[in-house]
Design a protein around this ligand. Structure first.
Ligand code: NAX
Ligand code: ADP
Ligand code: K
Length: 506
């Protein structure tokens, strides 16, 4: 499990070491890790350090200091290093060390030097972003903002590799929010602890690969957010016991699909069934059930009322729009669920049926909106948040929705957020943009209801687990187009690969 912290927590953890006079040592370690990161990206492009061209953007604070020390280390190994001082002030010792090592300095305040730096950066192997770190307030300001915007224009094979020092400048270290231009990094070498902003949208999408350099910080207090990693999936994905029978293994009940959208039911059911619960029960129109019988003969289908069947978890909503009988089933489950407290995934067409609750009445619900659906959901609760606002601050929006609605909110996107009304947050970014395709959310909902039915973990952890598994379905796919219909079929292989060796008796 990965824990990520706010800038304030990281700085608080650094303080005792700074007070004890270890500041220079911390910076030396940070710069060493950064140097190693730059060398590794150079090698990934088949370049030696000797003779490599490295262009460095330097800010006024310690972030600029780290970058200058790394630049000095590279210059000492024969790299051609050029720094652009973006402020009248730079870390004095680091600047002197850089100059002594043979580094060239240009000043942003001089128009001709700015132009020569941009030309140098475009011809470089690596651009190092050391303008702002955890001490930044708001987005990049001028004149640095324009240089970054200009450098970020370069695309494709001509674009140099970009390494960010601690975090891409202009990304909020705590929230991941972005205000103004940011130079998209291929690698971010971050120091001391993972920053929550690099594990949140949109910041995460600017950070590239993130490597942590250990500074020996003693992080105090609860992390801002957590993330499940491969090793967690291996432990958390459920496995049957010898003594189990189908009802102890969990029954997933699914109310999805309609004459208009039969596919949503097919996708959700296929995904749920592939996760291996004791049983999948499908409630919905007869023609959809008939199609399911051919594709998933193990599924038990009926046109019953949900009040007549027993399940360990419900999924309501994919593709039910406009079908009165499905709508009624979803309403019945939501009403009965307030007493029965059966874990219930509320997706797509059922999201409009959820009412805000501050009495714990929704504590068994996991709502799974994308940003557009969350905007409408919040609107109904009297909170105006446009889709664009939600995409700009998804973590804040998911947390707000979880509080207002009293339910776990799983907000889908490139980095998916799971927010618990009690304040716990997971973010997962296992997937790739190939998941952004119609029906992919139905597959996620199917995985989630199956994992909930199989039980064993709390709602937010199970939700994060489902998102992680769903993401892995795309990550492990070859780089060819992917449609949602292909995803469920990948579950067994991906499950096997994330859980490692497969004992036959568990
Ligand atoms: N404190 C420590 O013990 C360590 C800090 N390290 C580095 O130090 C960084 C934090 O250093 P600082 O506290 O100096 O902070 P920064 O390096 O983020 O710089 C803050 C400076 O930038 C200016 N600034 C703030 N917001 C701005 C904006 N939006 N646009 C333009 N300028 C802006 C401020 O005037 C301030 O001078 C970390 O990110 C990390 O790179 C590392 O050396 C590891 C150890
Ligand atoms: N750029 C992206 N990178 C990775 N995953 C993404 C990206 N965009 C969307 N996703 C994921 O794809 C899925 C899309 O779900 P959803 O929007 O509900 O689609 P649908 O309603 O068509 O099934 C979600 O799991 C979401 O997190
Ligand atoms: K930076």
């Amino acid at each position: 499990m990965l824990s990520a912290y706010s800038a304030a927590s990281v700085r608080a953890a650094e303080q005792p070491l700074l007070d004890a006079g270890h500041g220079a040592e911390l910076m030396r370690r940070a710069a060493y890790g950064l140097t190693m990161g730059i060398i590794s990206v150079l090698r990934s492009r088949g370049r030696a350090v000797y003779g490599a061209r490295v262009a460095i953007l330097v800010g006024s604070g310690n972030n600029g200091g780290d970058a200058l020390y790394a630049g000095a280390a590279l210059a000492a190994r024969g790299a051609r290093t050029t720094a652009l001082l973006t402020s009248a002030r730079s870390h004095p010792e680091a600047l002197a060390t850089f100059r002594n090592a043979g580094g060239r300095c240009l000043e942003l305040s001089l128009e001709t030097e700015k132009a020569s730096f941009c030309a140098e950066a475009w011809a470089s192997d690596v651009v190092l972003d050391g303008i702002l770190g955890t001490g930044s307030r708001g987005g990049l300001r001028e004149p640095a903002a324009s240089v970054v915007a200009e450098l970020d224009r370069l695309q494709g094979a001509l674009r140099p590799l970009v390494v960010a020092c601690d975090l891409p400048s202009g990304v909020d270290a705590s929230t991941g929010e972005v205000d103004g231009p940011v130079l998209r990094a291929d690698l971010t070498v971050t120091f001391g602890a993972h920053k929550a902003g690099l594990l949140s949208s949109p910041g995460e999408q600017y950070a590239g690969e993130v490597r942590l350099v250990d500074l020996g910080l003693d992080m105090q207090g609860a992390p801002e957010l957590r993330r499940l990693e491969a090793a967690d999936l291996a432990v958390l994905l459920p496995a049957p016991h010898n003594s189990d029978h189908k009802y102890t293994r969990g029954v997933a009940g699914i109310v999805a699909g309609s004459a208009r959208y039969p596919g949503a039911a097919l996708l959700a059911v296929a995904a749920a069934s592939a996760c291996g619960p004791g049983m999948v029960r499908y409630l919905g129109p007869e023609p959809v059930a008939a199609a399911l019988a051919l594709r998933n003969p193990e599924v038990v289908s009926s046109q019953d009322s949900p009040l007549e069947v027993r399940v360990q978890a419900w999924l309501l909503g994919p593709g039910i729009d406009g079908d009165d009988a499905q709508d009624e089933r979803a309403r019945d489950i939501l009403l009965a669920g307030r007493a029965a407290r059966i874990p219930t995934v509320v997706d797509a067409g059922a999201l409009g049926l959820v009412q805000a609750s501050d009495d714990g009445g929704n504590a068994h619900l996991v709502l799974t909106p994308h940003a557009g659906e969350l905007s409408r959901l919040l609107q109904r609760c009297g909170v105006a948040r446009s889709r664009a606002e939600i995409e700009a601050s998804p973590r804040a929006a998911a947390t707000e929705a979880a509080t207002v609605l009293g339910a776990v909110v799983l907000l889908k996107g490139p980095t998916t957020v799971v927010a618990d009304p009690l304040g716990a947050i997971y973010t997962q970014a296992n997937g790739t943009a190939r998941l952004a395709t119609a029906g992919s959310g139905d597959t996620l909902a199917g995985i989630l209801v199956a994992l909930l039915a199989m039980g064993g973990r709390d709602l937010p952890t199970t939700a994060a687990l489902a998102v992680a598994l769903h993401g892995e379905l795309a990550r492990s796919a070859p780089s060819t187009p992917l449609n949602a219909g292909m995803l469920a079929g990948r579950i067994p292989a991906v499950w096997a690969s994330v859980t490692g060796a497969r004992p036959t008796r568990e």
